[in-house]
Design a protein around this ligand. Structure first.
Ligand code: DX5
Ligand code: ZN
Length: 219
């Protein structure tokens, strides 16, 4: 069964509290927090995501799935560790060398938080194979990071297949998450390639009935 991590990126401030409650009632498995710094990607969501995370922590125990699309990874890891998230994911492309990647992996793990490593659509999966035994999750971006409401790039599903095969062959126990453009009309395909956690933003947030929509995504 696939788990659903709801991206709150496209939720307006005015309706945010109600929507967070509704998502909780609909049993989202995680709240997916998209932190953008205006450097790694053009948009800057750092203050609104801080605000939203504070609200979510006050109203629910549903785990947080933090996705950092930032250049200064350490700074934002520190900012989100205080929320005791289930996991923090940072981008392979954000750091200049392997040593820095290993340092951040250790740093997050030492804080008893799971570690995810994200790769952009143009990044080859082979680049991150060496890190897989040390992390808990790989996040395959199925759109170019930076904004919600984009179309899933079909080739990224081949990357998921490839990673799935690799981790099975090498007996690595980890989750695969996909992020971007997941909708009811492609969720079956997403499940079939071996995704464990699907991030869904506009596909849920713009729906009229969260309970029904969530059920359909999970079924
Ligand atoms: C893109 C973000 C995603 C995305 C999800 O940079 O990481 O989490 O906005 O939203 P939808 O499902 O609308 O693509
Ligand atoms: Zn995301």
């Amino acid at each position: 069964m696939v788990e659903i991590s709801t991206s709150i990126l496209s939720i307006n401030k005015e309706e945010s509290i109600k929507k967070f409650y509704d998502l909780e009632v609909a049993h989202t498995d995680y709240f997916h927090i998209d932190v953008m710094d205006g450097k790694f990607v053009q948009n800057n969501t750092s203050s609104i995501m801080q605000e939203y995370t504070n609200i979510i922590k006050q109203i629910t125990n549903t785990p947080l799935d933090v996705h950092l699309m930032v250049e200064d990874v350490k700074k934002y890891v520190d900012e989100y560790l205080v929320f005791n998230p289930n996991r923090i994911t940072f981008h392979y492309e954000a750091l200049k060398n392997k040593e820095d990647i290993y340092k951040i992996i250790e740093y997050i793990k030492n804080s008893n938080v799971k570690v995810g490593l994200a790769i952009n659509p143009i990044t080859n999966v082979e680049n991150i194979y060496e890190f897989l035994p040390y992390i808990h999750m790989i996040l395959v971006m199925s759109v170019v990071p930076g904004k919600g409401g984009q179309k899933l790039i079909p080739e990224t599903l081949d990357k998921v297949r490839k990673i799935k095969k690799y981790i099975l062959e090498n007996e690595i126990d980890m989750d695969i998450e996909i992020d971007g453009g997941v909708k009811l009309d492609n969720i079956d395909e997403v499940k079939n390639v071996g995704v464990d956690i699907a991030v869904v933003g506009s596909g849920i947030v713009s729906a009229t009935n969260y309970v029904e929509t969530m059920k359909k995504f999970k079924k």
